[in-house]
Design a binder for this molecule. Structure first.
Ligand SMILES: [Zn+2]
Length: 491
């Protein structure tokens, strides 16, 4: 499947994966076809990857290609699926090959061990929509004059005007969609907002005539409505950013009344113009939503940096620019409207940089592809292992715990998913009579040497990378298999 792939080639490649790996994935057509000016209605599909079943099994949805002109993420999402399935079937690691940057520095390889690949396939479900706007992409690729097309190709409500076609799919979701109601007049008119969100059908960022006014966004909503998805990521390009909600506003964690569905604040929300209104983002236990979103964006950032050296910015979507109707804010918001709904973790990533732009050349593409793979691997490692394999583990213990000095230094954060895993594993083994004494002896010996090694690691990035890649990641993968067995036996 040579980059850039047509929408037809992407659809065919999904069927190719199902044919090659029939026991590991399925392809399902969306309930709504496309409805585009001058094109036949198109049936398109999503892929589900996973082996096994069970009520506690976490599910994740990854979407690419909502914006027609962003050519790299859809291709990279398909090759990610192919590489993951190939690694699993071969009992092999998923290796992102080494990359030499423009300064001659070699990055990677980034190796996800075979045991981790196995846990990902067997302990979670991955729903993958590699091309969410297939007609937009087809139009965009059809002629050089169309190269900057962003929207879908839907006819707008009558009277038909050939100059007015398409909706910005990533403004059409049901989250603060009618911005004139949600925001103050000043916020809605602020150039940093109005440049990126509009009710004018001729604009690139047209929000549509209503929420979910077009079939492509209806289909994403249908996925979220009908499958137990609690992790969501939307893949875009290009500004090198790893983001979590909110995009509609700056956030705060203390005032639950300031939320998007509280009409008392209609016409009062100020976007990024001020702090009088900031959107509530709960961080209370046990979900610790903000902490866990931060842990995941950090894990994706670090894996991308290891793979190519690109140092993506971490932040909220509003840091890019405030906007309404986006897929990740919508996915995140649903948990607050349905009492008893499980926690939802939602993200968006802008891949690549200005030199690569919306359409990296075939020579530039392999770097962006590595970055997409690195982010997705960090994500599925978290979902498949941390949530899928050890769902019974709850609050991690104190960040100052002795055994984690080296791991914390190597991963750069006491809240990195792998560090939290090590802590939980250690604590579980300490509680078991058969392993308690061995763990205590190991801890005592470890505490003699770990502070000095941790200090060295904190000062030497290359050493941190080596420790992560060759020591801790395989060790953690092995421990997770062991821990999975313990969790199973305890039931
Ligand atoms: Zn985009």
């Amino acid at each position: 499947m040579p980059y850039p792939s047509t929408s037809d080639a992407i659809e065919a490649s999904l069927q190719g994966l199902v044919t090659t790996f029939p026991s590991l994935c399925t392809r399902t057509a969306f309930p709504n076809t496309t409805n585009s000016v001058g094109m036949m209605p198109r049936t398109y599909s999503f892929l589900k990857i996973g082996k096994g079943s069970g009520a506690a099994r976490p599910a994740m949805l990854a979407v690419a290609g909502l914006h027609a002109r962003e050519w790299a993420p859809p291709d990279a999402a398909v090759t990610f699926a192919g590489n993951l399935l190939t690694a699993y079937t071969g009992g092999a690691p998923f290796t992102i090959p080494a990359f030499t940057d423009s300064a001659g520095t070699i990055h990677g390889p980034v190796v996800t061990p075979a045991g981790t690949v196995k846990a990902i396939i067997e302990h979670m479900d991955l729903y993958l929509v590699p091309i969410a706007n297939p007609d937009g992409r087809a139009f965009c690729m059809a002629a050089p004059a169309n190269k900057m097309w962003r929207k879908n190709r839907a006819p707008l409500p009558p009277p038909f005007n050939p100059a007015l076609i398409g909706v910005d799919l990533n403004r059409n979701f049901d989250i603060a969609w009618d911005f004139d109601t949600y925001y103050s007049a000043a916020a809605a008119a602020d150039p940093n907002f109005s440049a990126h969100t509009s009710k004018d059908p001729i604009r690139d960022v047209y929000i549509g005539s209503s929420v979910f006014s077009v079939n492509e966004t209806k289909n994403i909503k249908w996925l979220l409505d009908n499958f137990p998805i609690t992790y969501f990521i939307d893949l875009h390009s290009f500004t090198g950013m790893v983001m979590h909600p909110w995009g509609i506003e700056t956030l705060q964690t203390s005032d639950a009344a300031k939320n998007f569905h509280n009409a008392a604040f209609d016409h009062l929300r100020d976007g990024k113009l001020g702090a009088a209104y900031e959107e509530f983002f709960p961080n209370n236990a046990p979900s610790k939503l903000l902490d866990r979103h931060n842990a995941l964006v950090t894990a994706m950032h670090d894996n991308i940096k290891d793979a190519t050296g690109a140092d993506y910015t971490i932040g909220t979507s509003a840091d890019l620019y405030p906007c309404t109707g986006t897929s990740d804010d919508y996915a995140f918001s649903r948990q607050f409207l349905a009492p008893g709904a499980p926690a939802m973790y939602a993200f968006s990533v802008e891949f690549g940089d200005a030199s690569e732009g919306f359409q990296p050349t075939p020579a530039q593409y392999p770097k962006v592809e590595r970055e997409v793979h690195a982010a997705l691997l960090a994500f599925v490692r978290y979902v498949g292992i941390w949530q899928g394999l050890v769902p019974s583990v709850v609050a991690p213990s104190s960040p100052s715990s002795k055994i984690c000095f080296i791991a914390t230094a190597a991963f750069g954060s006491a809240d990195h998913p792998d560090v939290r895993f090590l802590r939980s594993w250690r604590d579980a083994l300490k509680e078991r009579r058969s392993t308690r004494n061995a763990i205590r002896l190991l801890e005592a010996a470890y505490s003699q040497v770990s502070p000095s090694i941790a200090q060295y690691l904190s000062e030497h990035e290359q050493a941190r990378r080596v420790v992560r890649m060759y020591l801790l990641t395989p060790l953690i993968s092995m421990l997770r298999r062991l821990f999975g067995g313990i969790a199973h036996n305890a039931n």
